[in-house]
Design a protein around this ligand. Sequence first.
Ligand code: GAL
Length: 812
Amino acid sequence: MKKILVLIILVLLGACVGSNKSSAQQNPRERVSIDFDWKFSLGDIENASQEQFNDADWRHLDVPHDWSIEGEYNENNPAGIAGAYLPTGIGWYRKNIEIENLEKDDKYFVEFDGVYMNSDVYINGNHLGKRPYGYISFSYDLTPYLKEGTNKLAVRVDNSKSPSGRWYTGSGIYRHVWLTKTSTIYIPQWGTAITTSNISDSSADIKINGDIKNDAKKDQVVDVISIIYDATNIAIDSTKSTVQINKDGSFEQSITVNNPKLWSPDSPNMYNLKTKLLVNGILIDTYTTPFGIRSIELNIDKGFLLNGEPIKFKGLSNHHDAGPVGAAVPDDLLYSRLKLLKDMGCNALRTTHNPFSPEFYALCDTLGIMVMDEAFDGWFTKKAEYDYGIYFKEWWKRDLKDFVKRDRNHPSVVMWSVGNEVRGFKAEDQKEIVSYLKTIDSSRPVTQGRGHFAPYVDITGFNGHGEQKGVLEKFHKENPDKLIIGTEMTHTLQTRGVYRTKTWYRTKDNPAPWEKPADFKRFESKVYKIPDLTEKEVFPGITKKYQSSYDNSIVRIGVRDDWNRVEALDYYVGNFRWTGFDYLGESFGWPARTANFGIIDLAGFPKDHYYLYQSLWSDKPMVHMLPHWTHPGYEGVEIPVVVYTNCESAELFLNGKSLGEKNITSERQIVWQVPYKSGELKVVAKNNSKPVVEQIYNSAEIGTKVQLKADKVTVKPNKTDVIQIEVAIVDSKNVIVPEGDNFVEFEISGPAKLLGVENGDILDLAPHKVMSRKAFKGKCLLLIQSTDEGGEIEVKASSQGLQESVLSVLSK
Ligand code: GAL
């Protein structure tokens, strides 16, 4: 698994570096990470852009960095509900760029994958440019201002006007930074566009369009050689053409690949295109573009066709933050999160509501996850007080162009989305934005979250509104030639380890700040009702801020009903639930810091809904039951035991005695009412009456120790690898205590640093960058990262009254 990540990083580096092994000539292009050794200071600082400015007393750190997540939750922070009550503000970053052997024919570029937001970049005191949009990738040409030796790069980041989004945004240089060197004739950043067509088992046509920049300021004849490599790095085909360039030029080439290995979520086959530029036989650039071969077709009778076959989107919407690291998500952690979703059977993600990091798309390519790539939330009318709506008019074309050029070669990107619940838009706006996008890439369908008010998208996106009874059917009747995609369905709310046996509807039982319980009356008849599991609430007295982990806490439709709709309607091609992971912000009010929409909590621990989706989406036999089986004081009380499985039937056993076998039906869950008795609860799932897979819960006794489990035994001393440590409160037989809420303290020794702590409790406002955390529902998470030294990393966890635990991981 780790191999995939390493490969991706190499591909990303190689996306530009690439060495020409077959020839003695070195590729003049170099691309290096400049993530390490920055200086940082919070606040606006006069003259901090200047070369001679003294930053000796500034903090030393590496990027990706997010200063908001380092702060404290405070009700008075201007980010408010939207931004999870975390601090925002202005920050400055400075870094030395060492240039050796500066040649007159060298070009240098600094590339930012993302800076939130309103960045101003300077080199040696010279202003290079400004980018308001905090999610866009951008670069600057440093060449005119560089000198041999030390150069000063300075970045001012302004997220002081807050809230600048409807969710937690993070603040700072929260993605990677790169330095690229080329010669004066080169392929510019994102300068290639690859499209594939006429795809069959025996062949596929590959069309390559590329740009060439000529800063040599004289006419040139350039040979362009394009070579396609398969996933094992064997060159399988090539082509050559010659272009005459004056200022800037372009080229177009075609190659036919025989017996292509197509890209799909089940077989994410990738290829690399290496484009070499030569002048008078001398290699002047090699540019590598990873790509995949696959076809997309919208067919009103069959749905969304990938490589000619209908495929339903088993999708999730996610924001870009990742619990205790905020918006600065290490690649290693991003990989684990995507892998967790893939293991659930998820085949698609929506980048709500903005461009994600380049690494995200590269990982989706290799893991096999389709992406609905979303450019914006709103357009000309702002949705949060100081969001991108303020800059939209001036910037949207530039940002949309850069976004599409950056992501257009990823096979995982199967659809663009131009916006989400855009306020006050006119059909003409949609037409203009979609048409402009199509001038840059016309090879994919375009949609829009809740974009059904205008006809200029290829596939109609429905958000929560489409969850109501009859809405999709009505739209289909009126627009029989349009496919529908659930750009944001289903909305359910759940807190890990919390159970309620009576059904809750958000508007009625726990209204969001913008809802009135009385509104429920108006749309009650359109809600897909879920029967209560019991007549009287079995688990009363739980705070309203927590939601039930049975599939019975919904806004308008439950997961099971919605998935039944997806399967029943050919024109409904699947959906993107709201959301995969819990995200910071957009809570229902202080002191909650998230709204609990995720099926995985802020610590990355799956809630029961994760397994519900797995039972619907994955073919690998699985079974999961809920709730846990530790309910002291409930002896004799009937507790609904719910089972999710993708097998045909399941049999439940309490302390060895069968409570009967039941088949899975369109209810998509099996329920037993079980009078509580402590001991062992076991479920056995069967196919053809034969046991296939089982799960056992034991009742926990009193917690006696802290248990540590790391996701890896070794890391590399590379300052990037992350160790995720699950911390659990367990009894003497190592059974997790489901209500365990002990305060745990950590000590780390050896070559690792703290990245953050988290427990998934939406009401726990403890800071993340400290060496302690309270457990929530038996567990919390400790994240640490390797340094640049090797050696043994030792983590100790202790808690008053409990036996401590020690764990070691080797950095080598
Ligand atoms: C949707 C919106 C999402 C999120 C969600 C919460 O209307 O598109 O961004 O706000 O509501 O329910």
